[in-house]
Write a protein that binds this ligand. Structure first.
Ligand SMILES: NC(=O)c1ccc[n+]([C@@H]2O[C@H](COP(=O)([O-])OP(=O)(O)OC[C@H]3O[C@@H](n4cnc5c(N)ncnc54)[C@H](O)[C@@H]3O)[C@@H](O)[C@H]2O)c1
Length: 466
């Protein structure tokens, strides 16, 4: 066992790193300075506009879309928007790489559309978002581009929908929230997993009290991406692996966390209060980097800082507990866990299983009984859109349901299912977990991006079908 003074020395050593991370001068280093900096980082700045919670705008007959980023994900989103024609229409598309812009332009042309194409330079998108025939800008670029692109598009009067995570730094999170409030526009993070068949079914059961009082949840993004991250062609300019050099924390929290936040009514009567985070050692990327081509920028690197597994614990204002994991390098099967516990039951995903109070409590429900819950609480939107989901798909159909809801709500002038506060709360886990890791797993408060409006209980738009 460590002598107590060794523990203290270790704390101070990690504080030195933390101070550098927090931007405190070495000669100013003290616990008080770190705490003051933390208070500043997690405090609430003055608002620039009114809350956009429940924002209602005039209906848009045909939602004209401009899309930025047409790589792995964006090229598929373009197809989904096209599937919703004539309710939606892609009037302009942009990708820095001409061949990627052209590929999507060709697809749209083959299908009778003729979008304006912006390409070839870093800021071609800025010209695109100035067009007056765009209502909604969809951002599908690397993470570090999301906020600059969303903010500029909102400044040009456009609603925005961004891929996940919405923002990287805490300052960016506030900039996104404050701009949406100032401009009174929608800024939605496209968390497709909230529209999954299993997730909407579980949401339905949670809302109807089948699991009783909710107490804790566990979720994850466990997806072995090491080959695509190391590959020179997996992502544009290998953008994803660069975050493993700069940040140790949960880099991609929202797929697992978004649905759990919705089950628990985060932003709708409860909120994330504080978080503690811890990472394992980093080993997989260093080892894997030794066997790639020597001309790869990431060949034989030892400077990856992101631990192979990061685990964060979030405590909510109502006292609930959420465990969130992030591991994109271990050779293990894909898993989002999707666990939800209550006083009357428990669900765990991968594969989906259910246990209900009074019914074989020490075992999972047998297939037939499980299926009866699936049938009884299936979310009606999955029945309603069945044929279109089968035709258009996307991660088993959740992508189509998400795009359908985004476009349909704008078309009808209804509030979107997910707002800028959901985007900030869920993505905020990245910078907050990184701070906690740097501070030796110290608890870090979540900023209140809603400025107190989270206390109001309100239902989710998607539940209008139930
Ligand atoms: N929700 C999901 O299930 C899901 C799945 C995959 C990816 N994503 C998200 O989608 C986003 C994109 O990921 P991806 O896998 O498609 O990456 P990608 O590298 O394949 O695509 C990004 C695209 O952005 C373009 N780009 C980069 N800088 C640009 C600029 N300045 N102007 C215009 N275009 C620019 C690149 O050329 C590239 O085509 C990420 O935020 C990622 O997290 C989400």
């Amino acid at each position: 066992m460590d002598h107590p003074s060794n523990g203290r020395r270790k704390f101070l050593r990690s504080s030195a790193l933390a101070a550098a991370f927090l931007g405190i001068a070495p000669d100013q280093l003290s616990r008080a300075a770190i705490e003051a900096k933390l208070d500043l980082l997690t405090s609430t700045p003055a608002a620039r506009g009114k809350s956009v919670m429940g924002l209602k705008k005039a209906p848009i007959e045909q939602v004209k879309v401009g899309m930025i980023g047409l790589g792995n994900r964006g090229s598929f989103h373009a197809k989904l928007v096209h599937a919703l024609y004539p309710k939606a229409k892609l009037t302009a598309i942009c990708d820095i790489r001409p061949e990627y812009a052209q590929k999507t332009a060709d697809f749209l042309k083959e299908n009778g559309q003729n979008p304006a194409v912006y390409t070839g330079k870093e800021d071609a998108w800025k010209e695109m978002v100035r067009r007056d025939d765009i209502d909604l800008v969809i951002v599908v670029t690397p993470w570090e581009n999301h906020v600059p692109m969303c903010v500029e598009a909102m400044r040009q009067g456009k609603h925005v929908a961004t891929e996940v995570p919405a923002a990287v730094t805490l300052a960016e999170h506030w900039e996104m929230v404050d701009t949406a409030e100032e401009m009174q526009l929608n800024c939605m993070m496209m968390e497709n997993v909230c529209y999954g068949d299993e997730e909407l079914w579980l949401l339905n059961m949670a809302e109807q009290g089948v699991l009783g009082t909710l107490t804790y949840g566990e979720c994850a993004y466990i997806h072995n991406l090491r080959d695509s991250m190391l590959s020179k062609i997996g992502y544009y300019n290998q953008w994803r692996i660069r975050h493993h050099i700069s940040t140790d924390g949960n880099l991609y929290p929202t797929h697992g966390l978004g649905p759990v936040a919705q089950y628990m009514g985060i932003g709708r009567g409860d909120r994330f209060d504080h978080l503690v985070s811890m990472s394992s050692l980093q080993a997989s990327l260093t080892e894997a980097s030794q066997s790639i081509e020597p001309d790869n920028e990431f060949y034989n690197r030892t400077d990856f800082v992101h631990g192979d597994m990061n685990t964060s614990l979030i405590k909510t204002d109502k006292g609930r507990l959420i465990q969130v994991h992030h591991d994109v390098v271990t050779p293990r099967p894909y898993n989002r866990i999707n666990a939800l516990a209550g006083t009357k039951g428990y669900h765990e995903g991968y594969p989906s299983r259910l246990s209900i109070l009074g019914k074989e409590e020490h075992a999972w429900l047998p297939d037939e009984a499980y299926q009866s819950y699936r049938d009884k609480y299936k979310h009606p939107i999955w029945e309603r859109l069945k044929a279109e989901i089968e035709k258009n798909g996307g991660h088993g159909g959740m992508d189509f349901v998400m795009m359908y809801r985004l476009i349909d709500n704008l078309h009808q002038g209804k509030p979107l299912d997910m707002d800028v506060y959901d985007a900030a709360d869920w993505s905020g886990v990245t910078p907050i977990s990184a701070i906690s890791v740097q501070l030796g797993s110290a608890p870090v408060q979540f900023p209140d991006f809603t400025r107190g409006h989270w206390q109001k209980e309100r239902s989710l738009g998607i539940q209008e079908f139930v």
